[in-house]
Design a protein around this ligand. Structure first.
Ligand code: NAP
Ligand code: MG
Length: 477
Protein backbone atom coordinates (compact mmCIF):
# COMPACT_ATOMS: atom_id res chain seq x y z
CA UNK A 1 0.00 0.00 0.00
CA UNK A 2 1.15 3.51 -0.80
CA UNK A 3 -0.21 6.11 1.62
CA UNK A 4 -1.89 8.93 -0.27
CA UNK A 5 -2.70 12.56 0.41
CA UNK A 6 -6.19 13.43 1.61
CA UNK A 7 -7.87 16.24 -0.33
CA UNK A 8 -11.55 17.06 0.07
CA UNK A 9 -12.21 13.71 1.75
CA UNK A 10 -10.66 11.70 -1.10
CA UNK A 11 -7.32 9.91 -1.08
CA UNK A 12 -5.25 11.13 -4.01
CA UNK A 13 -2.08 9.51 -5.42
CA UNK A 14 1.17 11.36 -6.08
CA UNK A 15 4.89 10.84 -6.58
CA UNK A 16 5.91 8.05 -4.17
CA UNK A 17 8.69 8.56 -1.63
CA UNK A 18 10.12 6.24 1.03
CA UNK A 19 9.85 6.71 4.79
CA UNK A 20 13.14 5.30 6.16
CA UNK A 21 13.76 3.88 9.64
CA UNK A 22 16.71 5.76 11.21
CA UNK A 23 17.45 2.77 13.49
CA UNK A 24 18.05 0.62 10.41
CA UNK A 25 18.23 2.51 7.16
CA UNK A 26 17.80 -0.69 5.14
CA UNK A 27 14.19 -0.74 6.39
CA UNK A 28 11.48 1.22 4.60
CA UNK A 29 8.67 2.02 7.02
CA UNK A 30 6.29 2.69 4.13
CA UNK A 31 5.79 4.40 0.79
CA UNK A 32 4.01 7.77 0.82
CA UNK A 33 2.80 10.15 -1.89
CA UNK A 34 4.24 13.62 -2.35
CA UNK A 35 1.73 16.36 -3.15
CA UNK A 36 2.39 19.00 -5.83
CA UNK A 37 1.36 22.63 -6.10
CA UNK A 38 -2.00 21.73 -7.69
CA UNK A 39 -2.75 19.36 -4.81
CA UNK A 40 -1.96 22.08 -2.28
CA UNK A 41 -4.21 24.59 -4.00
CA UNK A 42 -7.00 22.02 -4.31
CA UNK A 43 -6.64 21.25 -0.60
CA UNK A 44 -6.89 24.93 0.30
CA UNK A 45 -9.96 25.34 -1.92
CA UNK A 46 -11.59 22.27 -0.36
CA UNK A 47 -10.95 23.65 3.11
CA UNK A 48 -12.36 27.03 2.08
CA UNK A 49 -15.54 25.40 0.76
CA UNK A 50 -15.91 23.27 3.89
CA UNK A 51 -15.37 26.19 6.27
CA UNK A 52 -18.86 27.75 6.51
CA UNK A 53 -20.45 24.37 7.26
CA UNK A 54 -17.85 23.36 9.84
CA UNK A 55 -17.84 26.76 11.54
CA UNK A 56 -21.61 26.45 12.03
CA UNK A 57 -21.55 22.80 13.13
CA UNK A 58 -22.90 22.62 16.69
CA UNK A 59 -20.13 22.35 19.27
CA UNK A 60 -21.30 19.00 20.70
CA UNK A 61 -21.02 17.48 17.20
CA UNK A 62 -17.46 18.78 16.84
CA UNK A 63 -16.66 17.55 20.34
CA UNK A 64 -17.99 14.04 19.60
CA UNK A 65 -15.67 13.72 16.59
CA UNK A 66 -12.65 14.80 18.63
CA UNK A 67 -13.57 12.39 21.46
CA UNK A 68 -13.82 9.51 18.96
CA UNK A 69 -10.38 10.38 17.56
CA UNK A 70 -8.95 10.54 21.11
CA UNK A 71 -10.39 7.12 21.92
CA UNK A 72 -8.94 5.53 18.79
CA UNK A 73 -5.51 7.07 19.39
CA UNK A 74 -5.53 5.75 22.97
CA UNK A 75 -6.71 2.29 21.87
CA UNK A 76 -3.93 2.11 19.24
CA UNK A 77 -1.19 3.53 21.47
CA UNK A 78 1.07 0.46 21.23
CA UNK A 79 0.74 0.09 17.44
CA UNK A 80 1.13 3.79 16.62
CA UNK A 81 3.87 4.18 19.25
CA UNK A 82 5.83 1.50 17.45
CA UNK A 83 5.27 3.23 14.09
CA UNK A 84 6.48 6.50 15.61
CA UNK A 85 9.60 4.79 16.97
CA UNK A 86 10.25 3.22 13.55
CA UNK A 87 9.92 6.40 11.54
CA UNK A 88 11.51 8.90 13.94
CA UNK A 89 13.91 6.84 16.07
CA UNK A 90 12.52 7.53 19.57
CA UNK A 91 12.32 4.52 21.85
CA UNK A 92 9.13 2.49 21.97
CA UNK A 93 8.28 3.89 25.43
CA UNK A 94 8.78 7.46 24.22
CA UNK A 95 6.72 6.72 21.10
CA UNK A 96 3.83 5.28 23.09
CA UNK A 97 4.01 8.19 25.51
CA UNK A 98 3.69 10.61 22.61
CA UNK A 99 0.61 8.86 21.19
CA UNK A 100 -0.97 8.96 24.66
CA UNK A 101 -0.26 12.66 24.88
CA UNK A 102 -1.88 13.25 21.47
CA UNK A 103 -4.98 11.36 22.65
CA UNK A 104 -5.19 13.50 25.79
CA UNK A 105 -4.83 16.63 23.67
CA UNK A 106 -7.82 15.64 21.53
CA UNK A 107 -9.82 14.81 24.65
CA UNK A 108 -8.91 18.17 26.19
CA UNK A 109 -9.99 20.17 23.13
CA UNK A 110 -13.16 18.10 22.76
CA UNK A 111 -14.00 19.44 26.22
CA UNK A 112 -12.98 22.96 25.22
CA UNK A 113 -15.65 22.90 22.47
CA UNK A 114 -18.28 23.22 25.20
CA UNK A 115 -16.69 25.95 27.33
CA UNK A 116 -18.08 29.52 27.38
CA UNK A 117 -17.07 31.34 24.20
CA UNK A 118 -17.63 34.94 25.14
CA UNK A 119 -18.11 37.66 27.69
CA UNK A 120 -20.52 40.52 28.34
CA UNK A 121 -19.09 43.91 29.31
CA UNK A 122 -20.85 46.41 31.59
CA UNK A 123 -23.05 48.94 29.76
CA UNK A 124 -21.50 52.36 29.18
CA UNK A 125 -24.72 53.68 27.63
CA UNK A 126 -28.12 52.87 29.09
CA UNK A 127 -29.63 49.92 27.26
CA UNK A 128 -26.60 49.15 25.10
CA UNK A 129 -25.11 45.77 25.66
CA UNK A 130 -21.53 44.90 24.62
CA UNK A 131 -20.84 41.25 23.81
CA UNK A 132 -17.48 39.62 23.03
CA UNK A 133 -17.61 36.41 21.02
CA UNK A 134 -14.91 34.19 19.54
CA UNK A 135 -15.23 33.37 15.85
CA UNK A 136 -13.09 30.82 13.97
CA UNK A 137 -10.31 32.30 11.83
CA UNK A 138 -10.93 30.27 8.66
CA UNK A 139 -8.51 28.04 6.77
CA UNK A 140 -5.29 27.34 8.67
CA UNK A 141 -2.10 26.00 7.09
CA UNK A 142 -0.01 23.82 9.41
CA UNK A 143 3.64 22.99 8.85
CA UNK A 144 5.26 20.71 11.42
CA UNK A 145 8.75 19.31 12.23
CA UNK A 146 9.92 15.70 12.47
CA UNK A 147 10.80 15.49 16.15
CA UNK A 148 7.26 15.08 17.56
CA UNK A 149 5.44 13.49 14.61
CA UNK A 150 2.17 12.94 16.51
CA UNK A 151 2.13 15.37 19.44
CA UNK A 152 2.80 18.59 17.51
CA UNK A 153 0.23 17.90 14.74
CA UNK A 154 -2.25 16.97 17.50
CA UNK A 155 -1.71 20.16 19.48
CA UNK A 156 -2.27 22.27 16.38
CA UNK A 157 -5.09 20.32 14.70
CA UNK A 158 -7.20 19.64 17.81
CA UNK A 159 -7.73 23.29 18.81
CA UNK A 160 -8.10 24.42 15.18
CA UNK A 161 -10.98 21.97 14.65
CA UNK A 162 -12.48 22.50 18.10
CA UNK A 163 -12.91 26.22 17.43
CA UNK A 164 -14.43 25.67 13.98
CA UNK A 165 -11.51 26.13 11.58
CA UNK A 166 -10.56 24.05 8.54
CA UNK A 167 -7.00 22.78 8.06
CA UNK A 168 -4.41 22.04 5.39
CA UNK A 169 -1.66 20.04 7.10
CA UNK A 170 1.88 19.42 5.83
CA UNK A 171 3.95 17.12 8.07
CA UNK A 172 7.75 16.89 7.90
CA UNK A 173 8.89 14.76 5.00
CA UNK A 174 10.85 12.43 7.31
CA UNK A 175 7.77 11.37 9.33
CA UNK A 176 4.63 11.10 7.17
CA UNK A 177 3.41 7.89 8.87
CA UNK A 178 2.00 9.31 12.10
CA UNK A 179 0.53 12.23 10.15
CA UNK A 180 -1.27 9.93 7.71
CA UNK A 181 -2.76 7.82 10.51
CA UNK A 182 -3.84 10.85 12.52
CA UNK A 183 -5.68 12.32 9.53
CA UNK A 184 -7.20 8.94 8.67
CA UNK A 185 -8.44 8.53 12.26
CA UNK A 186 -10.06 11.97 12.18
CA UNK A 187 -11.69 11.24 8.82
CA UNK A 188 -13.19 8.00 10.10
CA UNK A 189 -14.23 9.73 13.33
CA UNK A 190 -16.71 11.72 11.23
CA UNK A 191 -15.02 14.91 10.00
CA UNK A 192 -16.86 16.23 6.93
CA UNK A 193 -14.92 16.20 3.63
CA UNK A 194 -12.51 19.09 3.20
CA UNK A 195 -12.34 20.08 6.88
CA UNK A 196 -8.91 18.48 7.31
CA UNK A 197 -6.61 17.93 4.33
CA UNK A 198 -3.21 16.22 4.25
CA UNK A 199 -0.47 17.24 1.80
CA UNK A 200 2.79 15.34 2.27
CA UNK A 201 6.19 15.95 0.73
CA UNK A 202 9.06 18.41 0.74
CA UNK A 203 8.94 21.74 2.54
CA UNK A 204 10.42 23.65 -0.35
CA UNK A 205 7.63 22.39 -2.65
CA UNK A 206 4.54 21.69 -0.55
CA UNK A 207 5.31 24.07 2.33
CA UNK A 208 6.35 26.78 -0.13
CA UNK A 209 3.08 26.39 -2.08
CA UNK A 210 1.18 26.94 1.16
CA UNK A 211 3.25 30.01 2.00
CA UNK A 212 2.70 31.41 -1.52
CA UNK A 213 -1.08 30.95 -1.40
CA UNK A 214 -3.26 34.01 -0.90
CA UNK A 215 -6.12 31.84 0.36
CA UNK A 216 -4.85 30.73 3.76
CA UNK A 217 -6.13 32.82 6.66
CA UNK A 218 -3.32 31.73 9.00
CA UNK A 219 -0.23 29.55 9.25
CA UNK A 220 0.83 27.71 12.38
CA UNK A 221 4.45 26.59 12.12
CA UNK A 222 6.86 24.65 14.29
CA UNK A 223 10.41 24.13 13.08
CA UNK A 224 13.64 25.98 12.43
CA UNK A 225 14.18 29.70 12.69
CA UNK A 226 15.20 29.97 9.03
CA UNK A 227 11.88 28.64 7.76
CA UNK A 228 9.99 30.48 10.50
CA UNK A 229 11.33 33.87 9.47
CA UNK A 230 10.52 33.08 5.84
CA UNK A 231 6.90 32.43 6.89
CA UNK A 232 6.85 35.61 8.98
CA UNK A 233 8.01 37.77 6.09
CA UNK A 234 5.58 36.34 3.58
CA UNK A 235 2.67 36.38 6.05
CA UNK A 236 3.31 40.00 7.00
CA UNK A 237 3.22 40.96 3.32
CA UNK A 238 -0.03 39.09 2.79
CA UNK A 239 -1.71 40.32 5.98
CA UNK A 240 -2.02 36.73 7.17
CA UNK A 241 -2.05 35.64 10.82
CA UNK A 242 0.92 33.47 11.83
CA UNK A 243 2.29 31.62 14.82
CA UNK A 244 5.86 30.32 15.06
CA UNK A 245 7.51 27.87 17.47
CA UNK A 246 11.22 27.62 16.72
CA UNK A 247 14.57 26.90 18.30
CA UNK A 248 15.94 26.78 21.81
CA UNK A 249 19.24 26.81 23.69
CA UNK A 250 17.78 25.96 27.05
CA UNK A 251 19.78 26.19 30.25
CA UNK A 252 19.57 24.29 33.51
CA UNK A 253 21.14 26.21 36.39
CA UNK A 254 22.46 24.15 39.31
CA UNK A 255 23.23 26.01 42.55
CA UNK A 256 25.48 24.89 45.40
CA UNK A 257 22.45 24.01 47.54
CA UNK A 258 20.88 21.65 44.94
CA UNK A 259 20.18 17.96 45.44
CA UNK A 260 22.96 16.77 43.10
CA UNK A 261 21.67 13.24 42.28
CA UNK A 262 18.23 14.69 41.46
CA UNK A 263 19.77 17.51 39.40
CA UNK A 264 21.89 15.01 37.45
CA UNK A 265 18.83 12.82 36.78
CA UNK A 266 16.85 15.81 35.47
CA UNK A 267 19.75 17.02 33.32
CA UNK A 268 20.45 13.63 31.75
CA UNK A 269 16.72 13.21 31.04
CA UNK A 270 16.38 16.66 29.49
CA UNK A 271 19.66 16.74 27.58
CA UNK A 272 19.89 13.26 26.11
CA UNK A 273 16.59 11.40 26.03
CA UNK A 274 14.77 11.52 22.69
CA UNK A 275 18.38 11.78 21.40
CA UNK A 276 18.46 15.45 22.46
CA UNK A 277 16.04 16.21 19.62
CA UNK A 278 13.59 18.28 21.63
CA UNK A 279 13.23 22.02 21.32
CA UNK A 280 13.03 22.15 25.15
CA UNK A 281 16.15 19.98 25.66
CA UNK A 282 18.79 21.21 28.10
CA UNK A 283 21.86 22.11 26.07
CA UNK A 284 23.56 24.41 28.57
CA UNK A 285 24.21 23.41 32.19
CA UNK A 286 25.27 26.33 34.35
CA UNK A 287 26.76 25.19 37.67
CA UNK A 288 28.08 27.19 40.61
CA UNK A 289 31.62 26.45 41.71
CA UNK A 290 30.95 24.59 44.96
CA UNK A 291 29.22 21.68 43.22
CA UNK A 292 30.68 21.98 39.72
CA UNK A 293 32.97 18.91 39.89
CA UNK A 294 30.45 16.74 41.77
CA UNK A 295 27.72 17.59 39.28
CA UNK A 296 29.96 16.86 36.29
CA UNK A 297 30.90 13.46 37.74
CA UNK A 298 27.27 12.62 38.57
CA UNK A 299 26.20 13.43 35.00
CA UNK A 300 29.09 11.42 33.51
CA UNK A 301 28.34 8.36 35.63
CA UNK A 302 24.70 8.40 34.50
CA UNK A 303 25.79 8.85 30.86
CA UNK A 304 27.95 5.74 31.24
CA UNK A 305 24.87 3.70 32.09
CA UNK A 306 22.80 4.78 29.07
CA UNK A 307 22.10 2.20 26.37
CA UNK A 308 22.16 3.66 22.85
CA UNK A 309 20.55 1.43 20.25
CA UNK A 310 17.72 0.42 17.95
CA UNK A 311 14.59 2.29 18.98
CA UNK A 312 12.59 -0.93 19.31
CA UNK A 313 15.23 -3.05 21.07
CA UNK A 314 14.52 -4.07 24.65
CA UNK A 315 16.55 -1.94 27.07
CA UNK A 316 17.36 0.95 24.70
CA UNK A 317 17.40 4.30 26.51
CA UNK A 318 18.27 6.45 23.52
CA UNK A 319 17.58 5.76 19.86
CA UNK A 320 19.46 6.96 16.78
CA UNK A 321 19.80 10.47 15.39
CA UNK A 322 16.95 11.11 12.92
CA UNK A 323 18.95 11.19 9.67
CA UNK A 324 22.35 11.68 8.12
CA UNK A 325 22.09 15.45 7.88
CA UNK A 326 21.35 15.85 11.59
CA UNK A 327 24.07 13.30 12.37
CA UNK A 328 26.64 15.36 10.45
CA UNK A 329 25.47 18.55 12.16
CA UNK A 330 25.96 16.94 15.58
CA UNK A 331 29.43 15.72 14.63
CA UNK A 332 30.42 19.11 13.33
CA UNK A 333 29.43 20.75 16.64
CA UNK A 334 31.53 18.22 18.55
CA UNK A 335 34.45 19.43 16.41
CA UNK A 336 33.52 23.08 17.02
CA UNK A 337 33.34 22.54 20.81
CA UNK A 338 36.78 20.90 20.82
CA UNK A 339 38.28 23.67 18.67
CA UNK A 340 36.80 26.29 20.98
CA UNK A 341 38.66 24.70 23.91
CA UNK A 342 35.91 22.95 25.89
CA UNK A 343 36.69 19.52 27.39
CA UNK A 344 34.97 16.62 25.62
CA UNK A 345 33.50 13.64 27.51
CA UNK A 346 31.67 10.64 26.11
CA UNK A 347 31.58 6.89 26.50
CA UNK A 348 33.43 4.56 24.12
CA UNK A 349 33.44 5.38 20.41
CA UNK A 350 31.60 8.61 19.73
CA UNK A 351 29.49 7.56 16.80
CA UNK A 352 28.80 4.85 14.27
CA UNK A 353 27.30 5.60 10.92
CA UNK A 354 26.86 2.25 9.27
CA UNK A 355 24.18 0.43 7.31
CA UNK A 356 22.15 0.12 10.54
CA UNK A 357 21.54 3.71 11.45
CA UNK A 358 22.95 6.92 12.85
CA UNK A 359 24.04 6.11 16.38
CA UNK A 360 25.76 8.64 18.57
CA UNK A 361 26.91 8.58 22.19
CA UNK A 362 25.67 11.45 24.34
CA UNK A 363 28.31 14.14 24.67
CA UNK A 364 29.12 16.45 27.57
CA UNK A 365 31.52 19.36 27.16
CA UNK A 366 32.83 20.75 30.46
CA UNK A 367 34.72 24.01 31.06
CA UNK A 368 32.63 25.67 28.37
CA UNK A 369 32.19 29.41 27.97
CA UNK A 370 28.78 30.84 27.11
CA UNK A 371 30.32 32.93 24.33
CA UNK A 372 31.32 29.78 22.42
CA UNK A 373 29.25 28.80 19.37
CA UNK A 374 28.76 25.52 21.24
CA UNK A 375 26.69 27.49 23.78
CA UNK A 376 24.98 29.96 21.47
CA UNK A 377 23.80 27.90 18.47
CA UNK A 378 21.08 25.27 18.52
CA UNK A 379 22.51 21.83 17.75
CA UNK A 380 19.39 19.65 18.20
CA UNK A 381 21.33 16.53 19.18
CA UNK A 382 22.63 14.75 22.32
CA UNK A 383 25.27 17.40 23.07
CA UNK A 384 25.31 19.55 26.22
CA UNK A 385 27.83 22.02 27.61
CA UNK A 386 28.69 22.58 31.28
CA UNK A 387 29.49 26.22 32.10
CA UNK A 388 30.91 27.37 35.47
CA UNK A 389 29.28 30.31 37.30
CA UNK A 390 30.27 32.23 40.43
CA UNK A 391 26.82 32.46 42.05
CA UNK A 392 23.09 32.83 41.23
CA UNK A 393 23.50 36.33 39.77
CA UNK A 394 26.26 35.19 37.45
CA UNK A 395 24.29 32.05 36.51
CA UNK A 396 21.10 33.91 35.58
CA UNK A 397 23.06 36.39 33.52
CA UNK A 398 24.63 33.52 31.56
CA UNK A 399 21.24 31.81 31.24
CA UNK A 400 19.68 34.94 29.73
CA UNK A 401 22.62 35.66 27.44
CA UNK A 402 21.02 33.83 24.51
CA UNK A 403 18.97 34.83 21.50
CA UNK A 404 16.54 32.06 22.46
CA UNK A 405 14.06 31.90 25.33
CA UNK A 406 12.01 28.72 25.19
CA UNK A 407 12.43 26.87 28.49
CA UNK A 408 14.85 26.92 31.41
CA UNK A 409 15.34 25.14 34.71
CA UNK A 410 16.94 25.72 38.10
CA UNK A 411 18.00 23.10 40.63
CA UNK A 412 18.06 24.55 44.14
CA UNK A 413 16.68 23.94 47.64
CA UNK A 414 16.35 27.69 48.23
CA UNK A 415 12.83 29.14 47.89
CA UNK A 416 14.44 32.54 47.40
CA UNK A 417 16.40 31.49 44.30
CA UNK A 418 13.54 29.35 43.01
CA UNK A 419 11.28 32.40 43.08
CA UNK A 420 13.91 34.73 41.71
CA UNK A 421 14.51 32.34 38.80
CA UNK A 422 10.81 32.22 37.89
CA UNK A 423 10.89 36.02 37.83
CA UNK A 424 14.31 36.58 36.22
CA UNK A 425 14.59 33.86 33.56
CA UNK A 426 13.81 35.21 30.08
CA UNK A 427 11.98 32.08 28.94
CA UNK A 428 8.44 31.02 28.14
CA UNK A 429 8.57 28.00 30.47
CA UNK A 430 10.46 28.07 33.79
CA UNK A 431 11.08 24.83 35.70
CA UNK A 432 12.15 24.50 39.33
CA UNK A 433 13.75 21.17 40.24
CA UNK A 434 12.13 19.69 37.10
CA UNK A 435 13.73 18.83 33.73
CA UNK A 436 13.62 21.65 31.17
CA UNK A 437 11.95 19.32 28.70
CA UNK A 438 8.78 17.86 30.21
CA UNK A 439 5.65 19.91 29.61
CA UNK A 440 1.98 19.07 30.21
CA UNK A 441 -0.62 18.76 27.45
CA UNK A 442 -3.06 21.14 29.16
CA UNK A 443 -0.61 23.98 29.91
CA UNK A 444 0.40 26.81 27.57
CA UNK A 445 3.56 26.05 25.58
CA UNK A 446 5.91 28.50 23.91
CA UNK A 447 8.80 30.87 24.43
CA UNK A 448 10.05 34.39 23.97
CA UNK A 449 12.83 36.15 22.01
CA UNK A 450 13.80 34.22 18.85
CA UNK A 451 12.14 31.00 20.05
CA UNK A 452 8.52 31.88 19.39
CA UNK A 453 6.16 34.37 17.86
CA UNK A 454 2.45 34.75 18.45
CA UNK A 455 0.03 33.32 21.00
CA UNK A 456 0.99 30.25 23.03
CA UNK A 457 0.03 26.78 21.89
CA UNK A 458 -1.91 24.21 23.97
CA UNK A 459 -4.09 24.75 27.00
CA UNK A 460 -6.71 27.49 27.22
CA UNK A 461 -4.52 30.03 25.39
CA UNK A 462 -4.63 28.02 22.15
CA UNK A 463 -7.93 29.82 21.54
CA UNK A 464 -6.07 33.13 21.08
CA UNK A 465 -4.58 31.99 17.78
CA UNK A 466 -7.46 29.92 16.44
CA UNK A 467 -10.23 32.47 16.99
CA UNK A 468 -10.80 36.16 16.43
CA UNK A 469 -12.68 38.24 18.98
CA UNK A 470 -15.77 40.02 17.70
CA UNK A 471 -17.23 42.91 19.69
CA UNK A 472 -20.99 43.41 19.22
CA UNK A 473 -23.06 46.38 20.48
CA UNK A 474 -26.81 45.88 20.83
CA UNK A 475 -29.25 48.63 21.81
CA UNK A 476 -32.48 47.50 23.40
CA UNK A 477 -35.28 49.40 21.67
P1 NAP B 1 12.52 22.72 9.57
O1 NAP B 1 13.59 22.29 8.67
O2 NAP B 1 12.27 24.17 9.73
O3 NAP B 1 11.20 22.00 9.06
C1 NAP B 1 9.95 22.23 9.66
C2 NAP B 1 8.88 22.08 8.61
O4 NAP B 1 9.01 23.13 7.64
C3 NAP B 1 8.96 20.76 7.84
O5 NAP B 1 7.67 20.31 7.56
C4 NAP B 1 9.69 21.20 6.59
O6 NAP B 1 9.50 20.34 5.48
C5 NAP B 1 9.07 22.55 6.35
N1 NAP B 1 9.84 23.40 5.45
C6 NAP B 1 11.16 23.33 5.15
N2 NAP B 1 11.49 24.28 4.25
C7 NAP B 1 10.35 24.95 3.95
C8 NAP B 1 10.03 26.03 3.08
N3 NAP B 1 10.95 26.63 2.33
N4 NAP B 1 8.76 26.45 3.04
C9 NAP B 1 7.81 25.88 3.81
N5 NAP B 1 8.04 24.85 4.63
C10 NAP B 1 9.31 24.38 4.72
O7 NAP B 1 12.72 22.11 11.03
P2 NAP B 1 13.00 20.59 11.41
O8 NAP B 1 14.41 20.29 11.05
O9 NAP B 1 11.93 19.71 10.89
O10 NAP B 1 12.82 20.61 12.98
C11 NAP B 1 13.82 21.02 13.85
C12 NAP B 1 13.59 22.43 14.34
O11 NAP B 1 12.30 22.52 14.90
C13 NAP B 1 14.53 22.83 15.45
O12 NAP B 1 14.99 24.15 15.23
C14 NAP B 1 13.66 22.79 16.69
O13 NAP B 1 14.06 23.61 17.73
C15 NAP B 1 12.35 23.19 16.15
N6 NAP B 1 11.25 22.75 17.02
C16 NAP B 1 10.63 23.70 17.79
C17 NAP B 1 9.62 23.35 18.64
C18 NAP B 1 8.94 24.39 19.47
O14 NAP B 1 7.82 24.17 19.84
N7 NAP B 1 9.56 25.52 19.75
C19 NAP B 1 9.20 22.03 18.71
C20 NAP B 1 9.84 21.09 17.94
C21 NAP B 1 10.87 21.46 17.08
P3 NAP B 1 10.57 19.14 5.21
O15 NAP B 1 10.13 18.06 6.09
O16 NAP B 1 10.46 18.79 3.80
O17 NAP B 1 11.92 19.66 5.57
MG1 MG C 1 11.46 8.22 8.66
Amino acid sequence: MTFENLINGQYRPGQPFANINPSDTSETVGMFCAADVTDVNDAILAARNAFPGWADTPAPTRAAILYRAADELMARKAELGELLAREEGKTRAEGEGEIGRAALTFRYFAGECLRPMGEILPDMRAGVRVELTHAPVGVIGMITPWNFPMAIPAWKIAPALAYGNCVVFKPAELVPGCAWHLVDILKRSGLPDGVLNLVMGKGRVVGQAMIDSLDLDAISFTGSEVVGSHIALSSAQKGRRYQLEMGGKNATIVLDDADIPHAADCIVQAAYFSTGQRCTATSRIIATKGIYNDLRDAILSRMDGLVIGHALAEGTDIGPVVDERQFETNRSYVGIGKDEGATLHHKGTLDTKNHDGFYMQPVLFSDADNKMRLCQEEIFGPVAALIPAADYDDAIEICNDSRYGLSGAIMTSSPKYANRFKHDAKVGMAMVNCPSANTDFHAPFGGCKSSSFGPKEQGPHARDFFTTVKTSYTATL
